[in-house]
Write a protein that binds this ligand. Structure first.
Ligand code: FRU
Length: 495
């Protein structure tokens, strides 16, 4: 009898675990990618191949904190719904598999496939141990399902402890492979070229320039269209520097990148606290790059209160640039395919004039919303989401300073000492015909705000109380107007 009771007691944790199925946990994003369980960070090896989008990602297969870095793997037909696949790369010879990219070697320039009919996918990644980071290859001839290491690794080794995150693409004009790779402590991106993926020749360095406050990581060099000029393209260099991102816009001739944006100004793909290590799918069907970033921040990444998973990926964003004054600005649009997850919209008849506060007649913590805000002159106005008690997440516009801001100060933060330091973020935003166009995504613990058709983006994590699901428009006593209001509760991609 006693034994049975003991046995039953030991079973309790398992039974309790079984009560929360994966993807139904509190805080679990419903339409953002996360791994079923355990830690993830950077997206890796983004490639569209044979009708599938591959998402590899930094992953600890053994626990819910950073460690044993391997490449997790999932595939999708639409960048919305994902099928998890077995690990692609694991720790080997005592070396972790750090971030990198995957290319399709259609002409088998690497000779890694011994059959012409099956050209390889080649992963170029950093093998890491505490003494050395160098660039290695692995290849797959079965659509990325299984991977073999190249016997001649490393393919690029400078005997450095910090030298990582190779991002490779085929440069058609110069008919060679190009690698952008980070020299983190020097705050430089180095460019190498190759005809075989196996031998690499140094071409040039870019940096230090712009934000050099943290180590430089995860470069990505892409060509994107210019808004309104269908035949024109510009080169964009994305980099991450602990713990935010920045970009440069200009030209690339196969050897060197020329920045055309003012060198004294820092511009970022995302002004929120939680967007890092974003890289792109370069070879999408319409050839327009689509970026995906890790929604977290190294300052507190390991401490966020999520279990048995940690870390998620942003909504994939279609990229373009437009010229504003003397500056090229990155424009980001959430992929249209995500609209398939909208359920029937709630009708909110506008315009609504708001002097102080207006509470919307429904609640949600999993939705997409569009609103045009016409702020009163000199007002501070905007939208509060995750409202409950005196808690809320604020998305606001300061008309005097011409700044859009987000503020999570009044949301729970007790799980980390660092997290509160990143509570408020703002960036300059000019009104468009007296309006601030807001496109907001709230997904349990992730907020993404796109302003003025993707000119400015903020991504932030929040960990609200269970019933903090209210939504309010607010203004500071001056009358601001909210119009063209669209609201869709979102369905889960995991069902
Ligand atoms: C960026 C990063 C990369 C590195 C990886 C390790 O977040 O630090 O530079 O390859 O994470 O997990």
């Amino acid at each position: 009898m006693k034994k049975t009771v003991l046995f039953l007691l030991t079973m309790i944790p398992f039974v309790m675990q079984a009560q929360t199925p994966y993807y139904a946990e509190r805080f679990r994003p419903q339409y953002h990618f996360s791994s079923q369980k355990n830690w993830i960070n950077d997206p890796n090896g983004l490639i569209y191949h044979n009708g599938e989008y591959h998402l590899f990602y930094q992953h600890n297969p053994f626990g819910n904190n950073w460690g044993f870095m391997s490449w997790g793997h999932a595939v999708s037909k639409d960048l919305v719904k994902w099928t998890p696949l077995p690990l692609a790369l694991r720790v080997e010879g005592g070396k972790m598999a750090f971030s990198g990219s995957v290319v399709y070697d259609a002409k088998n320039t690497s000779a890694l496939s011994n059959n012409k009919e099956t050209p390889p996918l080649v992963a170029v990644f950093t093998a890491h141990d505490s003494l050395n980071q160098s660039q290695h290859l692995a290849y797959s001839i079965d659509n990325g399902r299984s991977w073999s290491r190249y016997a001649g690794n490393p393919v690029l080794d400078l005997n450095m402890t910090d030298f990582r995150d190779p991002n490779v693409f085929w440069h058609e004009k110069s008919k060679q492979w190009i690698m952008a790779v980070a020299m983190p402590n020097e705050k430089m991106i180095s460019f190498y070229s190759s005809f075989s993926l196996k031998q690499w020749t140094f071409q040039s360095d870019f940096g230090p320039i712009g934000d050099t406050s943290g180590v430089w990581e995860c470069p990505d060099l892409i060509q994107v269209p210019v808004v309104g000029e269908p035949d024109k393209k510009k080169w964009v260099l994305l980099i991450s520097q602990n713990s935010s991102m920045q970009y440069y816009v200009g030209e690339f001739d196969g050897y060197k990148f020329y920045n055309e944006n003012p060198s004294n100004k820092v511009v970022r793909p995302d002004y929120g606290s939680d967007y890092y290590a974003a890289i792109t799918y370069k070879n999408t069907p319409d050839k327009i790059p689509v970026s995906v970033g890790w929604v977290n921040n190294w300052n507190y990444a390991n401490e966020i209160p999520t279990n048995p998973w940690k870390g998620a990926m942003s909504i994939p964003r279609k990229l373009a640039v437009k010229k504003m004054g003397s500056e090229w600005v990155l424009v980001q649009e959430p992929i249209k395919a995500l609209r398939a997850m909208r359920s029937t919209g709630q009708v909110v008849n506008g315009p609504i004039a708001v002097k102080n506060g207006y509470t919307l007649p429904f609640r949600s913590n999993c939705f997409e919303m569009e609103v045009d805000l016409k702020p009163a002159i000199t007002s501070i106005s905007g939208i509060k989401i995750a409202v409950g008690g005196n808690r809320s997440f604020v998305i606001g516009y300061d008309a005097t300073l011409e700044q859009l801001f987000i503020d999570r100060t009044n949301t729970p933060s007790g799980f980390s000492r660092q997290y509160p330091y990143f509570a408020k973020k703002n960036a300059y935003l000019k009104q468009q015909n007296d309006k601030v166009k807001l496109h907001i995504f709230f997904d349990k613990s992730i907020v993404e705000v796109y302003a003025n058709d993707g000119e400015l983006v903020f991504t932030s994590q929040i960990f609200p109380e269970e019933n903090d699901t209210g939504i309010e428009f607010f203004s500071d006593g001056n009358v601001s107007v909210f119009e063209n209001i669209w609201f869709w509760p979102m369905r889960s991609i995991w069902k």
